[in-house]
Design a protein around this ligand. Structure first.
Ligand code: NDP
Length: 333
């Protein structure tokens, strides 16, 4: 049973992760906030033993096995490095850091310290995406030709803070959603984008940071990937489509935090539903993290996966800024 410390009194921890830790038999011993009163209130609201403002004090607790980092993005690096130095296992939110160099340093430090380090990319834990990946691998649609990712949503009102205003805190739709799409496509195809072209825009909510992005990626196999991410689309359904020489996978409403959506395979024989398991996405992520801590498995998305998704996002941001086709730099990973 893992005893967790929460670094960050965040929405994602409250809405998804505290429940996932507990449903896997773990307990949450402490929560860290920059604000003492908020730490106390959050701890009380969520039945957490202690609220605190000192990271050193949290990490000095010998009973703490692991930390979950879900502060704003510019804080992840220093907090992860401190946790790793204290010998704690780390589950870190995406994007791992605001620069790829920092993300690489975090992953290497965890490797050297012998602690588990994972990235909280939830989509690859969805039963729908696992079923899609398995169908692609089994060759059910033949050789893959192209992928379309539809991930334009309306950002819920309670999340309309730093994501829309602060480049320093790692705001913008590229840091927020392109990283997830990169991880999901890598999961399905088992290969990493080589280069990208992109455009981004402020389409109604962003104030100094982009809130919409469209990009096209080229994979080593020749597969082309087209993605659309946004915070401003009330009526755009999310989805993923994979087209192959012998068929297609059409998945609707699957770029989400919940185990929902419809997945169909279309071939010359007609259309048929692709059944999938309906476990919680974050429950599954924590379950695999726990097996890694127990020395019996690997996290679903590890540190290298987090570095790679951030590398794709950085290339997309650069391509959008410069208008140039941009090679993804995985820093040797
Ligand atoms: P929040 O804005 O809810 O939390 C980020 C920080 O903002 C918290 O650490 C907290 O600071 C502060 N904060 C939050 N709510 C309040 C409030 N009401 N008043 C004052 N301060 C507040 O961010 P999210 O939970 O949306 O995102 C956190 C991280 O998780 C990001 O890295 C994001 O990219 C990632 N994320 C990942 C998702 C996934 O599915 N993998 C989904 C959503 C987010 P303090 O701790 O100092 O109190």
């Amino acid at each position: 049973m893992t005893t967790w410390g929460l670094i960050g009194a965040s929405t994602i921890a409250a809405e998804h992760m505290i429940g996932a830790f507990r449903s896997n038999g773990g307990q949450v011993a402490s929560v860290l906030s920059a604000d003492a009163e908020r730490a106390e209130r959050y701890a009380e609201a969520h039945g957490i033993t202690r609220g605190m403002t000192s990271l050193d004090e949290m990490l000095a607790d010998p009973g703490l096995d692991a930390v979950y980092i879900s502060t704003t993005n510019e804080k992840h690096f220093a907090q992860a490095m401190a946790a790793i130095a204290a010998g704690k296992h780390v589950l870190c939110e995406k994007p791992l850091a605001t620069t790829i160099g920092d993300a690489v340093t975090m992953v290497q430090a965890a490797e050297n310290a012998g602690v588990v380090f994972a990235t909280n990319h939830h989509l690859r834990h969805a039963g729908s995406h696992i079923a899609i990946r398995d169908a692609v691998r089994a060759g059910r649609i033949g050789r893959v030709l192209s992928v379309r990712v539809h991930h334009a949503v309306m950002l819920p009102e309670h999340l309309r803070g730093w994501r829309l205003t602060s480049a320093e805190a790692g705001g913008g739709v590229i840091a927020d959603i392109v990283v997830h799409d990169a991880d999901t496509v890598r999961f399905h195809l088992g290969e990493d984008p080589v280069d990208v072209v992109a455009m981004s825009a402020e389409s109604g909510l962003g104030q100094g940071v982009e809130d919409s992005c469209m990009s096209t990626w080229h994979m080593p196999s020749g597969v082309m990937v087209q993605t659309h991410e946004s915070f401003t689309h009330q009526y755009a359904e999310t989805g993923l489509q994979i087209f192959g020489t012998d068929g297609a996978i059409i998945a609707r409403n699957v770029m989400t935090q919940r185990p929902v959506g419809e997945v169909e395979i279309v071939t010359g024989a007609g259309r048929e539903p692709l059944p999938y398991a309906d476990h919680g996405l974050y429950d599954h992520a924590v379950k695999l993290f726990e097996t890694a801590v127990a020395g019996k498995g690997r996290p679903g998305a590890d540190g290298v996966d987090g570095v790679k998704s951030l590398a794709v996002a950085e290339a997309v941001a650069q391509a959008a800024r410069t208008g140039q086709r941009t090679t993804v730099d995985y820093r040797g990973f």
